[in-house]
Design a protein around this ligand. Structure first.
Ligand code: RP5
Length: 156
């Protein structure tokens, strides 16, 4: 795969199963990506360094999936100028509402684009990343147009 344009970050290996929906969708759009397990709480310094280096490494969009207190998307957004798309992930006992509120309620000046909880959010995060990249890529834009046609025919 060529140089990654999208960074897909998740807070734990336990997030991987759901975030696979994001990776699969990026594959469908032939978008290059890298995958990182990073925790804002368990690996705060590595997370900070990773976020700060993203622009110079040529990454264009970040997708960050996290559950529970879900500070990962916000911690990355605080340390990069790139767009960050957050995916709230479900875990007991609050089943993702905790992560949803955490990602949604970013303070003024530090936005994170918050997707739906779980698999739908993971898939939509990849489509949102494709939409951002399509601003500078006619190939991705064409793939998105084809996808809209398939959506209208009932394919999800
Ligand atoms: C969050 O805590 C992770 O994103 C994950 O969704 C959740 C549970 O992590 P583990 O305890 O399974 O590693 O930080």
């Amino acid at each position: 795969m060529s140089r990654p344009l999208v960074s897909v970050v998740m807070g734990s290996t336990s997030d991987r199963r759901v975030m696979e929906h994001c990776l699969k969708t990026l594959d469908e759009f032939a978008i290059s990506y890298e995958v990182k397990i990073l925790s804002a709480h368990r690996m705060p310094e590595a997370t900070l360094k990773y976020a700060k280096d993203l622009v110079k490494r040529g990454i264009k969009v970040v997708v960050a999936g996290a559950g529970r207190a879900a500070h990962l998307p916000g911690a990355i957004a605080a340390n990069t100028t790139l767009p960050v798309i957050g995916v709230p992930l479900s875990s007991p006992p609050l089943e993702g509402l905790d992560a949803l509120y955490s990602i949604l309620q970013m303070p003024r000046g530090v936005p994170v684009a918050c997707m739906a909880i779980g698999e739908v959010g993971a898939r939509n995060a990849a489509i949102m990343a494709a939409q951002i990249l399509s601003l500078q890529s006619s190939e991705v834009e064409e793939k998105l147009r084809d996808y809209k046609v398939r959506l209208a025919r009932g394919q999800r």
